[in-house]
Design a protein around this ligand. Structure first.
Ligand code: AMP
Ligand code: MG
Length: 397
């Protein structure tokens, strides 16, 4: 059986990066740039005023008060036509280009209008209130790097640089096929012995959160013909996922049936708990994940393997799998066996730095998973831990 680390390495090594598409900035939130993206213009294009006031020559306002002739008015959106000579000023507004010769803006509050075309300057601030050409960025300069996940401010910057469309990685389509004759869709009334399928919608949500487009097919009954029928939808997918039917029970048909349809199994079973019976391979060339049916197992396997593969395919760096921090356990823990173990846990609010291992660790029970904000990772063969011992924690938030 592979370790979690080895399994992930093998999965990432056989997961390709997807093709790209051009989208508008309005569609770009959360998308990943597939190219270095360069500014199409310089910003600001000119030396511009940062205030409403008067453009002047510093030399003219060295001794105050002083009188200046106003030769022009320059609102934003127009360019000056007159250069300043000694003793001259131009009325100017925020964002407008400075006239040649000007290198200082005096605030309108520091000026008296003393007549038609004439002002008296009472004060000059130490700041010039001039935004120099190219202060923000230069035409042809790198605006945002390949691999950047676009946030609102990135989108604003690209817009300012007049990049209205960007090349991004396509969002991988992930087809999710839940299997089990006992399953009904959420909202339907379960018949005798039936349960509501939680996995399809839960893993769809995880896929969407990880940058993919989920395609929830199923649930399908444990029946060869039904499964073959449903698996046709895999042809439209970049990643194929089944849930349930991955063990060795009489009704576990995923491997036997799908192998006739284009599934090649790369490996099966990982030394972990929950989630041992994970299948990884390819379905007609697309990465294939056969997740176990118990909801917590399905979730943990999707988090540890499907999510990083999906991120890598979509041009992101796979999120860290390694537990990033250590907390003190509020409960004693027994020595661990050969399988790496992921325990549902919650960071203590009353005792910062401590973690509460939740009481129900059954892999079929979702309330503890929903209450958890982290997983405590117990390495293979870990020694027993006492209350207060440090344990490794993988955040879920
Ligand atoms: P299996 O791997 O098919 O043997 O399923 C293991 C357990 O997970 C069984 O108790 C199933 O009823 C349950 N299970 C399988 N698929 C789902 C699902 N989509 N939603 C909720 N429980 C499921
Ligand atoms: Mg089943």
């Amino acid at each position: 059986m592979r370790s979690v680390k080895q399994a992930l390495a093998d999965i990432l090594a056989s997961t390709p990066i997807i093709d790209t598409e051009i989208i508008t900035l309005y569609q770009a939130l959360g998308r990943i740039l597939s190219d270095d993206t360069f500014a199409l213009l310089t910003h600001p294009e000119h030396d511009i005023s940062a205030m409403d006031g008067y453009a002047v020559r510093k030399d003219d306002v060295g001794t105050l008060p002083c009188r200046l002739e106003v030769i022009e008015e320059i609102p934003a959106g127009t360019l000056p036509v007159k250069a300043l000579n000694a003793g001259q000023a131009s009325r100017i507004f925020t964002g407008a280009a400075l006239p040649p010769g000007a290198n200082q803006v005096v605030l309108q509050e520091d000026v008296d209008v003393t007549g038609e075309g004439e002002i008296r300057v009472r004060g000059v601030e130490a700041k010039s209130h001039v935004r120099l050409r190219g202060l923000d960025f230069q035409k042809g300069g790198l605006c945002r790097k390949k691999g950047t996940m676009l946030a609102p401010a990135d989108i604003g910057l690209l817009a300012a640089a007049n990049v209205a469309e960007v090349a991004v990685y396509r969002r991988p389509r992930v087809a999710i096929l839940s299997t089990g004759s006992e399953l009904v869709r959420p909202g339907e009334t379960p018949g005798p012995g039936q349960i509501v399928s939680s996995n399809g919608v839960m893993i769809s949500a995880l896929v969407a959160q990880s940058g993919g487009i989920p395609l929830d097919i199923g649930p399908v009954p444990d029946d060869e013909a039904a499964m073959i029928d449903a698996a046709a939808a895999f042809d439209a997918a970049d990643i194929c996922v089944t849930i349930g039917g991955a063990s060795v029970g009489k009704y576990d048909l995923v491997q036997s049936v799908l192998s006739t349809q284009g599934l090649n199994v790369g490996f099966w079973k990982i030394a972990m708990r929950p989630g041992k019976p994970l299948i990884f391979g390819d379905f007609k060339g697309a990465p294939f994940f056969g997740l176990p049916g118990n909801p917590v197992s399905a979730f943990v396997c999707a988090l540890l393997f499907l999510k990083p593969a999906l991120q890598q395919m979509g041009g992101r760096s796979p999120s860290a799998l390694v537990a990033e921090h250590t907390l003190k356990t509020l409960q004693p823990l027994p020595a661990n066996g050969k399988r790496e173990t992921y325990l549902r846990a919650a960071q203590s609010i009353e005792k910062p730095g401590w973690v509460d291992i939740l009481p129900i660790q059954d892999s079929a029970m979702l309330s503890a998973l929903a209450a958890a904000d982290c997983l405590v990772v117990r390495p293979a063969n870990a020694a027993a831990a006492q209350v207060g011992d440090g344990v490794s924690v993988l955040s879920l938030k």
